[in-house]
Write a protein that binds this ligand. Structure first.
Ligand code: CP
Ligand code: NVA
Length: 308
């Protein structure tokens, strides 16, 4: 049976920890001279409906380091659901490559790809969530604090795709998750309901605020993301009026715990959701986090291919 990677909530804590173990092992191996060709002969097609730096390059390099290969398919080439139906694309590609990665607008489209593909499908970001990012975020937190269990993670800003996956991985692994969002920019209610259900089993505390100062009290991790996600560009002027009180700046960071680390999935809009001072300051883990995208993805790929 093939396995897809569409949402972190589809995986048990044990499975997620297994993926982290592989990631940590492969990271160490790569840093000490290179990876064994675990995925020799395997190919990954990467469908992009939106731009990308990290997701594209880190998946490509992850495949190459493990002895496989990756193919980039740009928005104009594929025309997902426009030039050809998603079901047909999924079935055609299933005969050419060994796995698919897709970055889409509509979350239903990555689910549709997974339904029709006979090979593993990985969600490389949708308007709803960003599970590969959450794996790198969790890996970064584990490297810093040794665990996610009982760690206080505070997200400040838009209740977007990145926030959804972060909340779900926190709930799964027993981290406490606080979020401050402006009215009108809350997390999707169904995503919150799912997180609450997961948290009942893990003891993770979930808290929802309007006030960012409340949300970061006792934080060990402060996380933020862009105020305007890809596809929302026409709303950016309106959002730039609403979000300034949610900027992660030196003052806000000083209200958290002394050992707080600051994360951001990037790309950052310096001077908006995060200041230069914080992004480049001693609490920042922005670049180790970005680099962990590649290590997290090696774990995901090896796990899905059953090549640990
Ligand atoms: N964080 C992230 O997904 O970056 P890209 O959009 O550059 O892939
Ligand atoms: N929320 C952002 C994340 C980019 C990696 C977006 O969807 O544009």
């Amino acid at each position: 049976m093939k396995r897809d990677f569409i949402a972190v909530s589809d995986f048990s804590a044990q499975e997620l920890n297994q993926i982290f173990d592989i990631s940590i092992r492969l990271k160490k191996e790569w840093k000490s001279g290179g990876n064994r060709p675990l995925l020799k002969g395997k190919t990954l097609a990467m469908i992009f409906q939106k731009p990308s730096l990290r997701t594209r390059i880190s998946f490509d390099m992850a495949m190459r380091h493990l002895g496989g290969d990756a193919l980039y398919l740009s928005p104009n080439e594929i025309g997902l659901g426009k030039r050809e139906s998603i079901a047909d694309i999924a079935r055609v590609l299933s005969g050419y490559v060994d796995a698919l990665m897709a970055r889409v607008f509509d979350h239903a489209h990555v689910i549709e790809l997974a339904k029709w593909a006979s090979i593993p499908v990985i969600n490389g970001l949708s308007d709803y969530n960003h599970p590969c990012q959450a794996m790198a975020d969790a890996l970064t937190i584990i490297e810093e604090f040794g665990t996610l269990k009982d760690i206080n993670v505070s997200y400040v800003g838009d209740g977007n795709n990145v926030a959804v996956s972060l909340m779900h991985i926190c709930a799964k692994l027993g981290a406490n998750f606080s979020i401050a969002t402006p009215a009108g920019y809350d997390l999707p209610p169904l995503a919150v309901d799912l997180a609450k259900k997961i948290a009942e089993g893990t003891g993770s505390a979930l808290k929802f605020f309007r006030d960012p100062h409340e949300a970061v009290k006792n934080a060990q991790v402060i996380y933020t993301d862009t105020w305007t996600s890809m596809g929302q560009e026409e709303e950016s002027a309106k959002r730039e009026k609403v979000f300034p009180p949610y900027q992660v700046n030196q003052q806000l960071v000083s209200e958290a715990r002394k050992d707080v680390i600051v994360l951001h999935c990037l790309p950052a809009h310096r001077g908006q959701e995060i200041t230069d001072e914080v992004a480049d300051g001693i609490h920042s883990r922005l670049f180790p986090q970005a680099h962990n995208r590649m290590h997290a993805q090696k774990g995901i790929l090896a796990y899905l291919f059953g090549k640990e």
